[in-house]
Design a protein around this ligand. Structure first.
Ligand code: BGC
Ligand code: ZN
Length: 371
């Protein structure tokens, strides 16, 4: 079968002929790939800055944001049937008995670092005509989400992040979104970055009742600003607002959802957090020169204003399921907004060149099987 692979030692990205995988145990399914989304992580992998092939393989098959259709199931797979749509999870547990998270289905919190991630670290991905996976890593998707379900994986990142925000804010028993009492004032969230993770995060925040602002470098009247207002948030362009001006415009910042991987901006915004606020990091920055940070100011605020800063990666099964549910609600309410996030579609054969040249738009998708 055809697959798109990166050869790190040869610094090459190509379509390869890879042996078609077969069912590999009583709980596995063979899945025909429908679509695969491309993200910043893939761009890092094709520039050879990230990504590891499976042991013994000269190449890594790319692709971790997939939608597929079950082709065949092994004996003990009860919940899936041929024809069902599924989204595969990305991370697989490490082998160590001592890793409690991996032993309890929470490899997204793996403590050893020996997890694998399909299409990223030590395991082939889904940018191929088909793949085989255990049913516990396959999340069912209803047929009416066929055109947008490739967004489930990036949305699962936001779902895990916001779940944790809710858990953190239970420390405030009065009216926080997700708290014990319905909020009487709307909490204000600032999303840093207007890429897919930022925009999906903004949608999830709007949905949870946050007054949501998205801050990014794009012009105030560009296409991303349009998507931001269509999804019910307000766009603040860095061309018009400094971080201080953005904070003043908002009145107070109760939550920052960082989704851009720019550490300088993040640490410029951190001292602007309001009382009892939470700052969530989801971006992975590249390595740049160190920047000067007013650590006393940040630390004073963290203490005197009860602030919390945390980072989050990957997602557990319930976050994927929540992503499916949220997508379903949004598609019922604002189908055009959800579709507008998907800005480019191209074929598997075009993928190596497109991946290496950069693509623009919001979410670009490789169409593997059209029906
Ligand atoms: C993926 C995550 C993964 C992370 C780090 C992201 O692009 O969506 O599933 O854990 O990269 O490798
Ligand atoms: Zn990704």
């Amino acid at each position: 079968m055809k697959a798109v692979a990166v050869f790190p030692a040869q610094r090459r990205v190509a379509v390869v002929a890879h042996e078609k995988p077969q069912l590999a145990g009583p709980c596995t399914a063979r899945v025909r790939t429908v679509e695969v989304g491309i993200c910043g992580t893939d761009k890092e992998i094709v520039s050879f800055a990230y990504g590891t092939p499976p042991p013994g393989s000269p190449y890594l098959i790319l692709g971790h944001e997939a939608l597929g259709r079950v082709a065949e199931v092994a004996r003990d797979v009860a919940a899936l049937r041929p024809g069902d749509l599924v989204v595969p999870m990305v991370r697989r547990p490490c082998p160590h008995d001592s890793c409690l998270p991996c032993r309890t289905g929470r490899q997204d919190f793996c403590t050893t670092g020996d997890f694998t991630e399909r299409g990223i670290k030590g395991a082939h991905g889904f940018l191929a005509e088909c793949f085989v996976e255990e049913d516990r890593f396959l999340v069912p998707v209803p047929p009416d989400l066929r055109d947008v379900a490739v967004l489930v994986e990036p949305l699962s990142i936001a779902e895990k992040a916001l779940r944790q925000v809710e858990q953190v804010q239970r420390r405030l028993p009065w009216g926080c979104p997700g708290g014990q009492v319905e909020p009487t004032v709307r909490h204000r969230a600032l999303v840093l970055g207007a890429g897919p993770v930022g925009l999906l995060g903004a949608m999830a925040l709007v949905r949870r009742g946050f007054e949501t602002f998205v801050y990014s470098r794009e012009a105030p009247n560009g296409p991303k600003a349009e998507v931001v207002s269509a999804l019910g948030a307000r766009y603040l362009s860095a061309l018009s607002f400094s971080p201080e001006q953005a904070a003043a415009e908002m009145g107070s910042i109760d939550l920052v959802y960082e989704a851009v991987g720019a550490s300088r901006l993040a640490f410029e915004v951190m001292p602007l957090l309001g009382p009892n606020a939470v700052f969530v990091f989801t971006g992975v920055p590249g390595r740049k020169a160190p920047v000067e940070v007013d650590t006393d100011r940040i630390m004073r605020n963290l203490v005197l204003r009860n602030q919390v800063v945390f980072g989050t990666v990957n997602a557990d099964r319930s976050a994927y399921e929540q992503a499916v549910e949220d997508l379903r609600t949004w598609c019922a309410e604002r189908p055009r907004v959800v579709r507008s996030l998907l800005t480019g579609r191209f074929s598997l054969d075009e993928a190596p060149a497109r991946l290496r040249s950069g693509m623009g738009g919001i979410k670009n998708v490789v169409v593997v099987e059209s029906d």
